[in-house]
Design a protein around this ligand. Structure first.
Ligand SMILES: Cc1cc2nc3c(=O)[nH]c(=O)nc-3n(C[C@H](O)[C@H](O)[C@H](O)COP(=O)(O)OP(=O)(O)OC[C@H]3O[C@@H](n4cnc5c(N)ncnc54)[C@H](O)[C@@H]3O)c2cc1C
Length: 253
């Protein structure tokens, strides 16, 4: 009985669903959150993503993957898109999309890079750039639903690139079990004492959890960032099976 139900469920998730844009909210000069209404949305878990498909007037189509930025809320989903220079889909979504625009979405996709509120152990989140998006979904899902202590280490080029900056600071100030720290690779605020530069082992030691605490670790960002951080974590003694990664390389056909 249960086996017979699976193919039907998979088919539903693989199907493209019509969606329309309810709101586009700028997060930084080059990133926006899009709130989409997707009738019949089946719900999702923090860390999963969707495929978004755009169709031009002449029928040309382009599809890309975007992480879900917020917990499931009926038929509403949120994605946050960072504009990639000369990017076909991201420049439209981050900069031009208007309320009422129609797109299609497919998903939710992914079952490994997820965090569930039933999990209560320590969590380390390590983000590079827009890789913060699925990690923000985890932070938002945890709110009032789990006592799990979270630490986020968020690497950005410069202060103006911090997505969700205000909300992250507010949540960290209000919640003793959520720690948020930033790493700047090119330009740092004046008060910052850490020299600018890529994330290093000492950053993971001073701002993360000791391997003995057996945290579950989620690392997300550009491919090079993810590989380097995962190597550092394993080198520090973290159990590779507890280090979950999501690479934001180019997506689409
Ligand atoms: C599982 C998954 C989840 C993702 N989630 C998000 C998300 O939440 N938010 C988000 O902003 N992006 C996310 N991405 C990246 C996204 O899918 C697109 O790759 C990105 O928006 C660029 O698409 P584009 O059409 O604008 O660029 P394209 O027109 O495809 O490419 C333009 C140029 O940029 C390069 N490029 C393409 N993608 C990237 C990239 N990610 N980083 C650097 N250079 C790139 C290409 O090689 C090319 O040179 C995710 C990717 C994956 C695989």
């Amino acid at each position: 009985m249960a086996r017979a139900a699976v193919p039907g469920r998979l088919k539903v998730r693989r199907a493209w669903r019509p969606a329309h844009l309810v709101e586009r909210r700028p997060e930084t000069a080059t990133a926006s959150t899009l709130v989409l209404d997707v009738p019949g949305w089946p719900g999702h878990q923090a860390g999963q993503h969707v495929d978004v498909r755009l169709t031009a007037d002449d029928g040309y189509q382009a599809a890309r993957s975007y992480s879900l930025a917020a917990p499931a809320d009926g038929d509403r989903i949120e994605i946050t898109v960072q504009e990639v220079p000369d990017g076909e889909v991201s420049s439209y979504l981050a900069d031009d999309a208007q309320s009422g625009d129609s797109v299609e979405v497919r998903g939710p996709v992914g079952g490994w890079f997820v965090w569930r509120p039933e999990e209560t152990g320590p969590v380390l989140l390590v983000a590079g750039g827009s890789g913060v998006v699925p990690l923000m979904a985890m932070i938002r899902s945890r709110d009032g639903a789990s006592p799990a202590p979270f630490r986020l280490i968020y690497s950005v080029r410069a202060p103006e690139d911090r997505i969700f900056d205000h909300e992250l600071r507010r949540r960290a100030a209000e919640d003793g079990q959520l720690d948020v720290s930033f790493i700047y690779t090119r330009t740092a605020p004046e008060a910052e004492t850490r020299p600018v530069g890529r994330i290093a082992a000492e950053d993971l030691v001073s701002r993360g959890w000791a391997p003995e605490s057996r945290p579950t670790v989620y690392v997300c960002g550009p491919t090079g960032f993810v590989e380097s951080v995962a190597d550092l974590l394993v080198g520090l003694g973290h159990d590779p099976a507890r280090v979950k990664t999501e690479r934001f390389g180019p997506s689409g056909p």
